[in-house]
Design a protein around this ligand. Structure first.
Ligand SMILES: [Zn+2]
Length: 477
């Protein structure tokens, strides 16, 4: 099961099972006892009395069990919480005059206060605040930390798996406390399948963290990814699973699925050209094959792509999202719209890398790559491409996920549209729209409250006052 649950129906279910067995035993003994009663055979009185005593025992057990069941149910009453903010962003629209009732780990009611409040409901006043669905980070790497602390190469090559996991635990907590109740984590970058274990630990309540949609290792074409070896004689461990050819690719897709991947990430291009420039990697046929295998298992394929050709191949192959997309032309964006492929622009990663290289934003002239990225993003918006919210966080600090949302506004998107991207759009694009991303009856109670109105000023999304995930409050100020 992917989604965690705070309740243990197992205990009640097991009592119900016991009761059912007791009833079955009761009738078995009763039937046998009746047969003996009708029989005139001598010497069977003892056997008969055994069956009668078994019946009495069963009756007693039944009585005790029903008592235990009553107590057990009484010990786990439904928990209701009523949230009363100034306004509610339901994932699509800003609503006023709404309250939200949470029952256990689900949303029970959302709308005007016209329903009867169950007895014992806890009421949380959220004066001056906006209630939103828990935010969804569309592109994270919980196993990476900012490159200005340690270069990507050194993280992959010199940090132990234990160190990387220890860091990931901190990152998961920081992410949740920043209001991001779900992450789509797009590759462990050399930490093998540790995202699967991290996700399990969060689900079991061992550590606090967001829901995780995981990619595991990601797949690259042999010889194209990194870290790059300084010597042709030395092969270095890589930040993703290398494959050469269709057979190895299909094996890697199936193996990653088997190890717990919720989706498959491929690198449709990478910086391995003769001058270090980005070039396409997989052929159209290979990408198509990866999509065929993954979709047959009910999983989506996402593609890292920043060249025009890499994007085209990935889109035509039927992948679900393009990550980065710097090489998007008008034609490519039209194709994305036509094929219902979403763009996860990762504006914050590009800006962070320029800043690590010395760019002082607001003081120095804007680097060409930033100017290009702005134009590219605006072109995607104008063409009507579905935009995901995902910053490639890990390149910059976990918990600072809102940076991407601020840049989306800075580069030309309306704050309300950015809020949609970070909630309902991400949920729908990732295939989780029936569980998260909206404030709607029966969805998981992943809710956050922020001071003031983030649809007026997106910076308000950082003013986190309440974080609830799966009905559990992790932060309340
Ligand atoms: Zn990434």
């Amino acid at each position: 099961m992917y989604w965690q649950n705070n309740y243990e129906p197992g205990s009640i279910a097991s009592i119900v099972l016991l009761l059912r067995r007791s009833v079955q035993r009761f009738f078995q003994h009763w039937t046998i006892a009746l047969q003996f009663t009708q029989s005139e055979a001598k010497g069977r009185t003892l056997v008969r009395s055994y069956h009668y005593s078994a019946i009495m025992k069963t009756l007693f057990l039944l009585f005790s069990l029903s008592f235990v069941t009553t107590i057990s149910i009484a010990q786990q009453p439904d928990k209701y919480i009523l949230l009363k903010p100034d306004r509610v962003f339901d994932g699509e629209t800003m609503q006023s005059g709404w309250v939200v009732l949470v029952k256990n780990n689900k949303i029970e009611q959302a709308g005007a206060m016209i329903f009867k409040l169950p007895a014992g409901t806890e009421i949380i006043e959220l004066k001056g605040m906006t209630l939103l669905p828990g935010l969804i980070e569309g592109h994270s790497h919980l196993f990476l930390h900012p490159y200005n602390e340690t270069s990507w190469d050194d993280q992959v090559l010199k940090e132990s798996r234990a160190e990387r996991t220890a860091r990931a635990v901190n990152h998961a907590k920081a992410t949740l406390m920043a209001g991001f109740t779900t992450v789509r984590d797009l590759g462990t970058e050399g930490a093998m399948y540790d995202d699967v274990g991290l996700k399990k630990a969060i689900e079991k309540g061992v550590i606090p963290g967001p829901r995780m949609i995981v990619a595991t290792r990601a797949i690259v074409v042999k010889g194209t990814y990194g870290p790059k070896s300084p010597s042709p004689d030395v092969e270095l461990p890589q930040g993703a699973e290398e494959v050469a050819g269709l057979e190895e690719l299909s094996k890697a897709v199936r193996s990653q699925i088997g190890h717990g991947a919720d989706l498959v990430k491929v690198y449709a291009d990478y910086r391995y050209g003769p001058n270090g420039e980005a070039q396409p990697t997989f052929s159209q046929l290979e990408l198509q094959s990866a999509v065929d295998i993954a979709s047959g298992s009910g999983r989506k394929v996402v593609a890292h792509a920043s060249t025009t050709e890499g994007m085209k191949r990935a889109i035509n192959a039927g992948i679900s999202t393009i990550e980065h997309g710097d090489g998007g032309t008008e034609d490519v964006f039209k194709l994305m719209k036509e094929k219902n492929v979403a763009l996860c622009p990762t504006l914050a990663a590009g800006a962070a890398i320029q800043q690590y290289r010395g760019w002082k934003k607001g003081i120095d002239p804007e680097p060409q790559s930033i100017t290009n990225k702005k134009k590219n993003f605006q072109l995607a918006l104008q063409t009507g491409v579905t935009i995901c919210m995902g910053g490639d966080v890990g390149v910059f600090s976990h918990g600072d996920n809102a940076r991407e949302m601020e840049l989306m506004v800075e580069y030309g998107m309306k704050p309300i549209d950015v809020l949609r991207s970070a909630t309902s759009i991400n949920a729908d694009v990732f295939g989780y729209g029936e569980k998260i991303g909206r404030i709607k009856k029966d969805l998981f109670a992943d809710l956050i409250a922020v001071d003031a109105d983030p649809s007026i000023d997106i910076k308000n999304i950082r003013k986190i006052k309440l974080v609830m995930k799966d009905g559990v409050i992790f932060k309340k100020e």
